[in-house]
Design a protein around this ligand. Sequence first.
Ligand SMILES: N[C@@H](CCC(=O)N[C@@H](CS)C(=O)NCC(=O)O)C(=O)O
Length: 217
Amino acid sequence: MTITITAFERSPDGGQGLARDTRVRWALEEVGQPYQVRLVSFRAMKEPAHLALHPFGQIPTYEEGELALFETGAIVLHLASRHAGLLPEDDNARARAITWMFASVNSVEPPILELVNAKILEADKPWAAERLPLVAGRVRDRLVQLSARLRDSEWLDGAFSAGDLMMVSVLLRLRPSGILDEYPNLAAYVARGEARPAYARAFAAQLAVNAPTPARG
Ligand SMILES: N[C@@H](CCC(=O)N[C@@H](CS)C(=O)NCC(=O)O)C(=O)O
């Protein structure tokens, strides 16, 4: 059955791979499922046809026959549950990998998003300079804990899993801030994720859509 995802017609990051379709593309590549992409504009995302797929008017969405999903965690879990390669066979190990998926979106991504918002959307507010260190501090608090748990392991819990795919994707959003590099084991962990051939294919596919076009002249 054909799988179709949605992605930005033009990603605000200009092809750095930070838009969330990249993690879905990565999961699809890891499990070897071909997919199509429907590009949507910011305006189209808020129109009824897209809202029927995504109640919050965002990307990515996932369609497979009669099934329509939104939320990257749910989409990646769906793929990992249906296809081999992203979740361990052992029940307990599988439950732990899913726990890391939840941890990525519930415990690690929120402070990172706060930081991104503070830097971009709130930069012109009179209180922005005062708030930024607080928000950055919350990110560092989480990274200290994650770094302590990871130590010098290759992945979070045994073999690479959907938990790592989600966590690496979330941590990647920190790269522009420079904060990730303060935690060498986390920076190396993210680099290991990026080095996976499936990630490289996913990144290249989104870049093909979003790469800045060279100026003419
Ligand atoms: N929790 C959602 C977040 C989705 C999300 O924030 N998507 C962004 C792109 S990365 C978006 O569509 N932003 C445009 C908007 O919210 O209008 C998920 O993980 O899928």
